[in-house]
Design a protein around this ligand. Sequence first.
Ligand SMILES: *Cc1c(COP(=O)(O)O)cnc(C)c1O
Length: 783
Amino acid sequence: MTSLQLKDRIEGKAYESHGQSFYELNEKEQFNVVGNAIMEYLVPEWIESKRKFGKKKQAYYLSAEFLMGRALSNNLVNLGIEGEVKQTLEEMGVDYNALEDAEDDAGLGNGGLGRLAACFLDSGATLDYPLSGYGILYQYGIFKQNFVNGFQVEEADPWLEHDNPWLIKNSNDAVIVEFSDNDKVEAVPYDMPIVGYGGDTINTLRLWKAEAIHKFNFQAFDEGKYIDSVKAQNEAETISRILYPNDSTNEGKKLRLKQQYFFTSASLQDLMDNFKAEGHKSFDDFSKLHSIQLNDTHPALAIPELIRLLEKEGVDFERAFDITQKSMAYTNHTLLAEALEVWDKGLFTSVLPNLYPYIEEINARLVRELKEWQVDKDEWHNFLIIQGNSIHMAFMSIYATRAVNGVAAIHTDLLKTDVLKSWHDMFPDRILNKTNGITQRRWLLQSNPQLSGMITDLLGSKEWVTSLEQLKGLEPMQDDEAVLERFIDIKREKKQELSEYIQFHEEVDIDPDSIFDIQIKRLHEYKRQLMMAFYIADLYNRIKADPDEEWTKRTFIFGAKAAPGYYIAKAIIKYINELAGKVNTDPDVNGIIKVVFVENYGVSYAERLFPAADVSEQISLAGKEASGTGNMKFMLNGAVTVGTMDGANVEIVEEAGKENNYIFGMEVDEVVAKRGNYDPIAAMKRTEGLEQVVESLVDGTFNDNNTGMFQDLYNSLTAEDQYFILEDFESYRQAQDQIASDFKDQKAFYRKGFINMANAGKFSSDRTLEEYATEIWHVSKQQ
Ligand SMILES: *Cc1c(COP(=O)(O)O)cnc(C)c1O
């Protein structure tokens, strides 16, 4: 696309869509017009991609969440037209950064699980695999987080309020989803292009929006019942109205169940309609042409639904079960009991009376097999899908799919030896490991152009952009003074950029020469943000007691949303904000340490935070974090990890060396041994300084505005301390103090970060996707 073509296109689009000159438009409108011009440019290649995959086997990623973030820069970089477009816009007098900021994040996910889906789509298209995403077009994405007096206050995220240039409505492909005989809605697909790096393959993310079948009741309107006249449309649209803001907990609500059935049924009908339109003779071919990945159990209703759809076509149950099993695979994302989806039978049958019999039939088939295998009846509770009034989605997903995968080596091992041991003993080949990954296009190339440029210079090529193992070639340069100096300068620059951003958005002054120690992830007790806060509180006390010591300057940064109904998580946010207020305003310490809790952490904020980190906080209680992917983004950007032997941390230190990271705390077997004979108060009393920190929750040091929140935090710690914060504190403090001490020798410290970056190759989602494609989906690339 030449510069002139682009300029003409943009100016033309502005007249066409806004009836105005481009130069008269506000930033949101200008963004939209530029987006439309880019869409027009990429559509021919998009059509060509659909054609080239034509009749081959394809993979479908079904997910209730796709945490996409912004698309403009990503699309430009992947299309390879970023330079030209920026230059043209500059010539037109447009501030590209402002234009970029005008795009609303597509926040259609909560955290890691949704972001993984987004990274997979990027890798799938980049590697030229036929991979489509299927999900829900939520009208409101993850809520916006505001802090009011230090408390989290949620605000709706109407991300579609301003037209979205990346979504194309495809009314022709609309289908009807039937919850029950008199409860049906229309599912209308909106397609988003997924541009692979290099632009050769453009795949599709298809998001379904719910609409009424009869959108307007004219009779009611005629009778003056104006609200009634649009009631059906309102009720239908409720289904795709909001993303449930939960992470790692099961909501168990009627609307949530409807959402799950809504998008899985629509997606499968879409596949069936295309399959039939292509004129296949036998439904046995369905599994030869489709690999359907269930991202957690949120889309697990695809199992009974596909059986139902096949039976409607005259296929008998056994054959339908077989086709379904051969077509599907399931990813398990958690070991937390509270996150496993279990539906109440009464609720389920009230919402989906026509689907329930298929689950009964699947369960009956399982019972026949348990008898056949002579499984002891005492063991059946480890298998049965229907138990009393409960329907276990994970068990159905293991039983009726071809492959089940965990998301990091330690997680998969725990599935095999503990949580799903009975299943693993029965089907020793079914449970696989696919360690998660992240796309280096977004998390390095795009968000850290300075470091990307250095890597390309040093390696002499940009191959790493699609082949991240190339980073290993940097490792021999760890002792090159000039290289390290450049690496440190770039980190300093990213810290400076973040400091300015934080100054503007959070109104806190931070020092780019201090250690940037960052914990960004959903707020959850198992992730132990509170332990990091206690370290800061203890450090504050120590500095106050000994102000003349040569303390290392440090900035502690948090970013996290708490589920709106998660009381303790919200108490932790309030506590950290109070702690930040105290630290930042105390002249005895605020020249040494600062604390910032950034508001509204999301993908776009993340893109500024990861590149500026010196220290990555990955301090979950061992055995609780399935993988983590934030840990990988930090590593890729050259931070060291302070972390437990949990999730992908285990593999991170396997790649980069324990000596280049700060591993502390109990390991899984120690946690297991400790449970049942744990005395949190004894742990607190034996750890110097800890009692003062814990007591400060309730002795008037901090103000919770008389909510009683801090007392509740105190009680939960002293009574139980479920996540062993008080037990692991001492070892965490040692690791943290070691970091402060190591930082005094900057070269030695940053050398560790550099080695981490050089060994991040394994954690590209390209590697993960390649494994899914070859070992689970059996799909092949298209040249
Ligand atoms: C990567 C990412 C996550 C996942 O972080 P974890 O530390 O693995 O929990 C969550 N939210 C956003 C916005 C991310 O980019």
